[in-house]
Write a protein that binds this ligand. Structure first.
Ligand code: G3P
Length: 221
């Protein structure tokens, strides 16, 4: 399972990238707005820092506008994936950009029907937003299960990118289903990293080492 970071926060990106955990990044206008500053500079910096795919989203709503923006975004770097919304215009833009060799992440997917259409339009990734489905009383994870099953039946090459992750169990469940990618907000990745037994274990090991050192002051590792 690939791990993408769902953020435009440079500090978090650097932190987890240095740990070797970041296979890619997903951004959107809301995540950029959260960081403030110049969004173009932020996007350029992210593309420079991260080696893997970086999804940058268009804001035009018509096909020609999306294609134009997509071509401009792609100039930031060879690892840019253009994010287009799952609309008729978005799918048309997806087909055009894909045929030009520019990979596309079709975003705002909320049904298996939509995911099938994203795959047919040549998307490299389709992003089902599971947290937002959970928010309105639908089971987001069962959508991932269904899409996985359908894509397997027809060997669609489109990767399932689980988005709108709300907690650590979303990540575990997505992994059990065999989703290709999960895009995780930094605070949730931080929670994945922590376990109280790890902290207690380190504390105890260090205390025992101190005991040993009292007996043999010259020891070192
Ligand atoms: O990648 C999509 C994601 O950022 C949406 O998350 O929490 O706004 O539903 P959320």
């Amino acid at each position: 399972m690939k791990i993408f970071l769902d953020t435009a926060n440079i500090t978090s990106i650097k932190l987890y990238n240095d740990m070797g955990l970041v296979d890619g990044i997903t951004t959107n206008p809301s995540l950029l707005a959260k960081e403030g500053g110049d969004p173009q500079k932020t996007m350029e910096e992210i593309v420079r820092i991260v080696k893997g795919d970086v999804s940058l989203e268009v804001v035009a709503t018509d096909t020609s506008g999306m294609v134009e923006e997509g071509r401009r975004l792609r100039k930031y770097g060879k690892n840019v994936v253009v994010k287009c919304p799952l609309t008729p215009d978005g799918l048309k833009a997806c087909r055009i950009l894909t045929d030009e060799g520019i990979p596309v992440n079709v975003t705002l997917c909320f049904s298996s029907n939509q995911a099938i259409l994203a795959a047919k339009s040549g998307a490299k990734y389709v992003s089902p937003f599971i947290g937002r489905l959970d928010d309105v009383g639908q089971d987001g994870m069962s959508l991932i299960k269904e899409i996985r099953e359908i894509f397997k039946n027809y060997q669609y090459g489109t990767q399932i990118l689980v988005a709108s992750i709300r907690h650590t169990m979303h990540v575990v469940e997505a992994g059990k289903i065999g989703a290709d990618v999960v895009t995780i907000p930094p605070d949730i990745l931080g929670k994945m990293l922590k376990h109280p037994l790890t902290d207690i274990g380190i504390k105890n090991f260090l205390a025992d080492w101190e005991k040993l050192k009292k007996e043999n002051p010259s020891i070192r590792i």
